[in-house]
Design a protein around this ligand. Sequence first.
Ligand SMILES: [Zn+2]
Length: 57
Amino acid sequence: MAQEPKKRHSRARQGKRRAQIHLVTQKPVMCENCGKPTLPHKICANCGYYKKQQYIA
Ligand SMILES: [Zn+2]
């Protein structure tokens, strides 16, 4: 049989738990090609370069 919670959590506890559920913003890194801030592991929106290779002309 599956384990069941003995007591139900209060609305305050539920709210405290759900307060932690949110999207975290990615820390921007500087583009190696143009120096503009861009997202890590993503093609630069400004120049289209990623890992010193052009992907978007
Ligand atoms: Zn760039």
